[in-house]
Design a protein around this ligand. Structure first.
Ligand code: G3H
Ligand code: 13P
Ligand code: ZN
Length: 333
């Protein structure tokens, strides 16, 4: 059993309390490899932003669970080396799908876990989320649970037909599970294809596709039911057009990739939404930079040659999110 406190990590409790009161959101960035982690820590250290490092089950399978957890421990030391005296870094399990996985993360030093039982029937979701919360809380590890179902990239339902969180259920759910934060469904979804072109309108000036707005009415209803309770938005990548264009220009094929407009995330960050999950934008930044570099430098074969610009591009993107979208800069001086 390793306590995250010994690793210099923090849970989400204080971060969220301040974020809700201050009208900003904490960035939750996924990482699977060293370059993503370096870029996240450089961005957080430079902007003095609290940050949540997210590890998915897929990331653990890809990179090795033990290695990732030591990388997160190293991230705290690295942040200090970069001059960030009091780093506020949380190590969080993203989309935990079983009690055993959540327990394993708590036991190996995660400071926060998500139990995503949102696909289960309501009472089963409550039972599993409560079981995880009861276990995690013994070690002061915070727990995110989810109510409502996000539209998947793979299924045929449109975002409007995703199962929005039902505001009438949130008090009962939060009370009975004892969760510390609640992920909700208000029209976001995972991946780089969040909307079909036929769901969008076209901006007459720019010709760009404009996706339908998030269900702010549902979000505000939830806020009214649970005043001050931390709300989480998954699937919040904006899918920057410049990265999609760069990928496509240098041999990629990402037709009609569409994300959540940043103005909407800015608005959400001012509400009870205090954690915003971003993964796809990092994937796009990295891939776009690598494609460009290799296309322009066909003789390069040292991975450091193309991973360096990829890391720079991710860092730039993370800083942009922190400063211009979430407003978390300067909140962890
Ligand atoms: O919500 C999903 C995250 O983007 C993690 O994705 O399961 O492919 O690692 P992954
Ligand atoms: P995106 O695919 O929009 O980046 O969402 C990531 C996410 O929700 C991770 O849990
Ligand atoms: Zn997610």
């Amino acid at each position: 059993m390793v306590s995250y406190k010994e690793l210099g990590l923090v849970n989400t409790r204080e971060m969220f309390k301040k974020a809700v009161a201050g009208g900003y959101a904490i960035p939750a960035f996924n990482f699977n490899n060293m370059e993503q982690l370096q870029a996240i820590i450089m961005a957080a250290a430079e902007t003095k932003s609290p940050v949540i490092l997210q590890v998915s089950k897929g990331a653990r399978n890809y990179a090795n669970a033990t290695l990732l957890r030591y990388m997160a421990e190293g991230a705290v030391a690295y942040a200090k080396e970069l001059g960030w005296e009091h780093p506020q870094i949380c190590l969080h399990l993203d989309h935990g799908d079983s009690f055993e996985l959540c327990k394993n993360c708590v036991d190996m030093g995660f400071s926060s876990v998500m139990i995503d039982a949102s696909a289960l029937p309501y009472e089963e979701n409550i039972a599993l989320s409560k079981k995880v919360a009861d276990y995690a809380h013994q070690y002061d590890v915070t727990v995110e649970a989810e109510l409502g179902v996000l539209a998947g990239v793979e299924d045929e339902v449109s975002a409007e037909q995703s199962h929005y969180t039902r505001p009438e259920e949130v008090i009962d759910f939060a009370t009975r599970t004892g969760c510390d934060s609640l992920a909700i469904s208000v029209g976001t979804s995972h991946g780089a294809y969040k909307f079909k072109p036929e769901q969008c309108t076209r901006d007459p000036k720019t010709g760009k596709l404009v996706p339908p707005p998030l269900a702010f009415d549902v979000l505000h209803e939830i806020e009214k039911k649970l005043p001050g309770f931390p709300i989480v938005l998954h699937g919040s990548s904006s899918v920057p057009q410049e990265y999609v264009d760069m990928c496509n220009k240098y041999g990629g094929n990402l037709p009609n990739a569409i994300g959540i407009p940043e103005e909407q995330l800015r608005e959400a960050a001012k509400s009870a939404v205090c954690k915003i999950n971003i993964d796809s934008d990092s994937r796009l930044a990295m891939t776009a930079a690598i494609r460009k570099h290799l296309a322009e430098n066909p003789s390069h074969f040292d991975p450091r040659q193309y991973l360096k610009p990829a890391r720079e591009e991710m860092k730039k993107m993370y800083i942009h999110k922190i400063v211009n979208v979430l407003g978390s800069d300067g909140k962890a001086e």
